[in-house]
Write a protein that binds this ligand. Structure first.
Ligand code: GBH
Length: 482
């Protein structure tokens, strides 16, 4: 399309905020400092001898002012971060509130505001006091109570400073990898059941915390908002006779925990309930492996998000398959997922680059869930480690373009686009091999020196201009420092 076609379409409307994201465990380090207890991840990385691990990570616990300044200098308006549960409640109990941690986060949050940004705070980005794993972590209902306690302390101390809240980041990714595949702590392999139980406990914990917030803390700050973030991949049928497979895949991925909150009827998607029950009976079980949500639970959960929190990274092709013998949550769908070999690949093997998937996902959300306000809270790639990160810059261009077209042409109610991530940080089991940052961090230096990449300067420029050019213009190397 030429410039005149795009005129207007590629402008950033006034109600669109651009932000940048981090998470506590991936950046803070200071794993045993100022009263913090070991988290599930500290325990796991130590037991498994991760080298390097996240004991220091980006040392953001000490270098937070520099990080916040970097974000502010790039013109970002939202600063998304998470809190470390094991810092705030080291024993998990309300009897031991760690005021050093509270004071630390007060300083951080006030710094964000002082630098002219709006803090967007996630309560739970996958790290919790390690002791909880002794009773099964999120596979136990005890976690629901523990999460309520933690949320209460956080809200009491920070609800007057923070307006934008997220309860849980990507519940399904956590549940699938931690309680299904056993890749992540505590390393359970409980496929076919673990993820469903974990997902249900998180959903209930989320809903209770939403209600707690609305009842007691909503007016600490006018127009506060609280919601959940789901990672949604988009699905394309491998051929036209398989179109149903893409619809089903959506329900097992995005719909699983979105339907109970955003649909009119509530509850898990019908196709999930039906297929998992059928599969369970075929396996000789007398009840479904997917736990049931009672009527009162369905009611409790419905509507518990002030916005649709969306992390979008990638997409898959789908086709129908017969039920396999193994019990895996995705097998229950009867859908197989593949990567189209025409899609360019990121260095992360799970991440083919499919920008149109973001636009299509936004249109699906609009049509399925009555056009809720959407906060895109993560979007990014790990390629490349280079400071002249052309691949990443192009990725942001193509995804922001899709987002703007969905908003400006199709009236999708997108309110925020938040980049993942500010820093090259601890990328979970991939350690430091997948640098998602727009700022390079030298993990070999004790200073963890930060150097902005080309994508950082490019984003700064775009946010300043509040419009994208109609075609991608290759930025200069080395970046022009503005
Ligand atoms: C997000 O999850 C997370 O919220 C964020 O913390 C993370 O840094 C970011 O993505 C980038 O990865 O290698 O086959 O075991 C995205 C969902 C779930 C995708 C785990 C990668 C591991 C796939 N992620 N998954 S594999």
């Amino acid at each position: 399309p030429n410039l005149s076609d795009d005129d207007g379409l590629l402008k950033f409307p006034d109600d669109l905020m651009i932000g940048v994201s981090t998470s506590a465990y991936q950046t803070e380090g200071a794993w045993d400092i100022d009263g913090k207890s070991p988290s599930n991840w500290d325990e796991y990385t130590h037991v498994k001898n991760f080298t390097p691990n996240a004991d220091i990570a980006c040392d953001s616990y000490h270098k937070y002012k520099e990080d916040i300044k970097l974000a502010a200098n790039a013109n970002f308006k939202f600063f998304r971060m998470s809190l470390s549960w094991s810092r705030i409640l080291p024993t998990g109990s309300l009897e031991n509130i760690n005021y050093d941690a509270i004071n630390h986060y007060k300083k951080v949050l006030n710094e964000v505001k002082k630098q002219g940004m709006i803090p967007f705070v996630t309560l739970y980005h996958w790290d919790h006091p390690a002791i909880f794993d002794k009773f099964g972590g999120w596979n136990s209902e005890k976690m629901i109570i523990a999460f309520n306690n933690y949320a209460q302390v956080v809200f009491k101390n920070f609800a007057s400073i923070v307006k934008f809240w997220t309860t849980i980041n990507e519940p399904i990714a956590y549940c699938y990898y931690e309680h299904g595949k056993g890749f992540l702590p505590p390393g359970d392999t409980f496929e076919g059941r673990g993820p469903y139980i974990c997902g249900q406990n998180m959903l209930i914990a989320h809903a209770q915390v939403y209600h707690l917030f609305k009842k007691k803390y909503n007016n600490y700050n006018p127009n506060s908002q609280i919601g959940i973030v789901n990672a949604c991949w988009n699905f394309y049928p491998a051929n036209s006779s398989e179109s149903e497979s893409a619809v089903i895949a959506f329900q097992y991925n995005c719909g699983w925990l979105s339907n109970p909150i955003f649909s009119k009827k509530g509850d898990y998607p019908d196709i999930m309930k039906q297929r998992i029950k059928e599969n369970s009976y075929l396996e000789g079980l007398s009840t479904s492996r997917l736990p049931e949500l009672s009527k009162s639970m369905i009611k409790l959960i419905k509507g518990t998000s002030d916005y649709f929190g969306l992390n979008y990274y990638t997409s898959r092709m789908t086709n129908n398959v017969k039920k396999s013998q193994s019990e895996k949550w995705f097998d229950d769908s009867g859908v197989d997922m593949t990567i189209n070999n025409e899609w360019p690949m990121d260095v992360a093997a799970w991440l083919p680059i499919v920008p149109e998937g973001l636009g299509d996902m936004l249109r699906i959300i609009k049509n399925k869930y009555k056009n809720p306000p959407v906060y895109i809270l993560e979007n990014g790639i790990a390629s490349d480690g280079n400071r002249y990160d052309l691949e990443r810059t192009k990725y942001f261009y193509s995804h922001m373009k899709e987002m703007l077209i969905a908003k400006n042409r199709d009236d999708c109610n997108v309110k925020a686009y938040v980049v993942w991530s500010l820093l090259d940080s601890f990328e979970w089991v991939a350690r430091y091999s997948q640098p998602f940052g727009i700022v390079h961090v030298d993990h070999n230096s004790p200073h963890r020196t930060r150097t902005p990449k080309t994508s950082y300067y490019w984003l700064k420029d775009m946010i300043h201009q509040r419009a994208l050019p109609s075609t991608f213009i290759t930025p200069l190397h080395p970046p022009k420092i503005i």
